[in-house]
Ligand binder design. Structure first.
Ligand code: PEP
Ligand code: MN
Length: 584
């Protein structure tokens, strides 16, 4: 079994960071705490652990030089940087109350981050402790209501503690930067854009006028952004300083390798720590990541005044976890940034003739994926509910003959495995967006999923539903906005086009628009398709029927093949809105 190591005991921030990193990579490695920083290095360098993690920077305390020094000393290869929001809670044993706490155990950096909070508890003394996990474990071990720990909420789960206060940091934006490392550099497909990779180094510079400026100018001259500069005297060398420097870019980028050559000429020494995936966007972690039991004490003003809010944090779907965006590859088709994918087909599979005609028709007019419902969620129990498995067979045959990958709605857990055998993408319908067991089942299947937004789901709820799927280890999810229910009856639903920029900002998952179910009326679909493309959607899901008048469901919104051709022609002049373009 592969292991990954952090310094501390269970519940430490480093463990949370490492687990997050492993989940992003779909790695089954187990995290294990070790006693000392050097042990992290020897285990990873000796390949007794695949990955290790060290903090390298704290938004309040500054550079954690031990982290950089450890990488340099053991020649370890940085893999990824993760900014983690350190959301400290005051934890205590069951029955404890904030006003009875006399000792608060915490890591020294945490004590520094919570200065104002600690001074609001004059009866309590802060006691430095080696890490947050140890602090929480010690509180549980002592079992005394007079002892508390400042630790993340995950530590409450781990040690069966309750939360006596939330938001204990002086500044809610506090975060720490961690670097995950391995024994050797990891294969990285592309050298990466300047945004996607970072490089760290320790540079010794002669202590003379203009020397530092001369060294740094090489980066600026090559158009390279310096994101960190910290100094300390170089031990054993009078009149020399070492600088901890981070820059954007990868050492394999021509600009950076050229700049480094010049830096080497002017500096006394350059220790290159390596290039790694840069963190992009807001820090991960913080509230809402874990469930804790909350103790509400009648005389604990802080808790009463500001009970912990359930702010949604969905680390796996968050844009910051994959700044370059997800591109899904399904049966030769790509969905995601830089593409505009048209999925078309009837609401329901009705017959072999219908399917073969519509499949060939949409394929020749620009669709690259075929839809068709075989298990239909119908509002009325008397409406046509689909052909079931016979319909799945027809859809898959039509897909094969037309060369289009297929998508169909899965309604129950027991359909997941069988449908995955012949259908390329499993659709979760609007009515099932919060069927959490079904979400977990498609998550476990690992099969690509098209997740529709619920009729009255907020964007947070939509993202939370996607997080369910990713949390099971399935990263292949496409989101689909299909209209929400509002007070407006003129259209079947209200197409929430503003969800496109919001989702594109908040998640790395591709976003499709289904205007058919949104407007419900054939002639209004075309302008919405244009709007969706212009607003930045990654594609469309459209209902098309060879003879809409005879469609067994959703006939008013079905496009004819001619309508479909018009819609596609109409999209020609609208350019694709790429990830790399700024929002404003
Ligand atoms: C469908 O796509 O046919 C469908 C039933 O959509 P929704 O779940 O969005 O209503
Ligand atoms: Mn439909």
């Amino acid at each position: 079994m592969e292991i990954a190591v952090y310094q501390g005991v269970e519940g430490a921030y480093s463990q949370l960071v490492l687990e997050y990193f492993l989940s992003q990579r779909n790695s089954a490695a187990q995290t294990r705490g070790v006693d000392a920083y050097r042990e992290l290095a020897t285990r990873v360098a000796g390949e007794r652990a695949a990955f290790g993690v060290v903090p390298v920077e704290n938004a309040i305390g500054g550079t954690v030089r031990e982290g950089y020094d450890l990488l340099a000393e053991f020649g370890l290869a940085p893999v990824a940087e993760i900014d983690w929001r350190t959301d400290h809670r005051l934890l205590g044993v069951n029955g404890s109350r904030i006003e009875n706490v006399r000792e608060i155990l915490a890591h020294p950096l945490v004590i520094a981050e919570c200065g104002r909070f600690l001074s609001s508890l004059p009866a309590a003394r802060a006691i430095p402790c080696e890490d947050t996990g140890v602090a929480a474990r010690e509180v549980a071990r002592r079992g005394a209501p007079s002892v508390g720990a400042l630790a993340p909420s995950a530590a409450a789960d781990r040690y069966d503690l309750i939360e006596l206060a939330a938001h204990c940091s002086d500044d809610p934006r506090t975060y720490s930067r961690f670097i995950v490392f391995a024994a050797r550099p990891q294969a990285h497909a592309e050298p990466g854009s300047a945004n996607g990779r970072k490089t760290s180094m320790i540079v010794a510079v002669e202590d003379a006028a203009g020397m530092l400026a001369r060294v740094l100018a090489h980066f600026g001259d090559a158009g390279i952004n310096i994101t960190k500069l910290d100094s300390k005297p170089r031990l054993g060398f009078a009149r020399e300083h070492v600088f901890y420097i981070d820059v954007c870019g990868d050492v394999r980028d021509r600009a950076l390798s050229g700049a480094l050559e010049s830096v080497r000429r002017d500096a006394r020494s350059v220790t290159l720590l390596g290039s790694y995936d840069a963190h992009c966007g807001a820090p991960i972690g913080g509230e809402g990541m874990h469930n804790v039991r909350v103790a509400v004490s009648a005389s604990a003003p802080r808790v009463n005044a500001a009970p912990p809010r359930a702010v949604a944090t969905f680390p796996r779907v968050a844009r910051s976890s994959r700044p370059d965006g997800t591109r899904l590859h399904v049966g030769g088709v790509t969905i995601g940034d830089g593409e505009f994918t048209i999925i078309a087909g009837p609401c329901a599979v009705e017959s072999r003739e219908q399917m073969l005609e519509v499949a060939a028709g949409v394929a020749s007019r620009g669709a690259i994926m075929l839809r068709g419902g075989a298990f239909k969620p119908r509002t009325s129990p008397y409406a046509f509910a689909g052909l079931g498995w016979d319909g799945i067979a027809l859809l898959s045959e039509a897909g094969r003959l037309s060369g289009l990958p297929t998508v169909s709605e899965v309604m129950t857990i027991d359909q997941v495995e069988r449908m995955s055998e012949t259908i390329d993408v499993l659709q979760i319908g609007a009515r099932n967006m919060q069927n959490f067991d079904l979400l977990k089942a498609v998550g476990q299947s690992g099969h690509p999923v098209l997740l529709k937004r619920g009729l009255s789901a907020t964007i947070d709820e939509f993202l939370a539903a996607a997080e369910y799927i990713l949390a099971e280890g399935n990263p292949s999810v496409v989101l689909c906005e299909r209209g929400i229910r509002t007070f407006e009856p003129a259209t079947r639903n209200t197409l929430d086009l503003s969800a496109i920029p919001v989702l594109r900002e908040r998640t790395h998952l591709p976003v499709l628009i289904d205007p058919s179910h949104a407007v419900g009326v054939r002639r209004w679909i075309r302008p919405m398709c244009r709007a969706a493309k212009a607003a930045g959607a990654h594609g469309l899901l459209l209902e098309v029927h060879p003879n809409p008048a005879e469609a067994k469901c959703d006939s008013d919104q079905a496009l004819t093949l001619d309508d479909f051709a018009e819609v596609i022609r109409d999209l020609d002049g609208i350019s694709i809105w790429s990830n790399h373009e700024a929002l404003v």
